[in-house]
Design a protein around this ligand. Structure first.
Ligand code: 5GP
Length: 120
C-alpha cells in the first residue's frame, strides 16, 4: 500500500459512527452506504471494516472470512437494490492516478440508469 492507514479518514469516522451515513447494508466485515455526491441514480459505496488503504492491502492482508464477507456484501447489495436485472457497474479507484479521494479501500456500485463508458 501507500503508507500507513490514516484512522482519521472519513470512512474510518463513518465506521466509528462519528459521521452519519445512509446505510444500505452491513455485515460483520462490510458496510454499504449511499455516496454523498451520487454520480448515478444509484451510487452506493461498499467498504470493508478493516483498515485497508488499497485493494492490494485488502486482497493481500485481509483474512479469508473478511474477503468473503466483503465480496458477499457487494453482491448482496446489488441484489438488495434490485440491480441484478437492469445491470450495474462496480468500480474502485486506487491512488493518485485514479484520483482516489478517501484512503480507505472502497468499491463504488453504480446503477439505476444507462451508464456511460466510464464513471469515477
Ligand atoms: P474515491 O474518489 O476515493 O474513489 O471516492 C470517494 C467517494 O466518497 C466519492 O464519491 C465521494 O462523494 C464520497 N464521499 C466523500 N465523503 C463522504 C462522506 O462523508 N459520506 C459519504 N456518504 N460519501 C462520501
Amino acid at each position: 500500500g501507500r503508507g500507513p492507514y490514516d484512522p482519521q479518514n472519513v470512512f474510518a469516522k463513518i465506521l466509528r459512527g462519528e459521521i452519519p451515513c445512509r446505510r444500505v447494508f452491513e455485515n460483520e466485515y462490510a458496510l454499504a452506504f449511499h455516496d454523498i455526491a451520487p454520480q448515478a441514480p444509484v451510487h452506493v459505496l461498499v467498504i470493508p471494516k478493516g483498515p485497508y488503504v488499497s485493494f492490494a492491502d485488502f486482497s493481500q492482508t485481509a483474512g479469508e472470512a473478511e474477503i468473503a464477507g466483503f465480496t458477499r456484501a457487494v453482491g448482496h447489495v446489488a441484489a438488495l437494490l434490485g440491480l441484478e436485472d437492469s445491470g450495474y457497474r462496480l468500480l474502485a479507484n486506487m491512488g493518485v492516478t485514479a484520483g482516489q479521494e478517501v484512503p480507505h479501500f472502497h468499491v463504488h456500485l453504480f446503477g439505476g440508469a444507462a451508464l456511460g463508458p466510464m464513471l469515477h
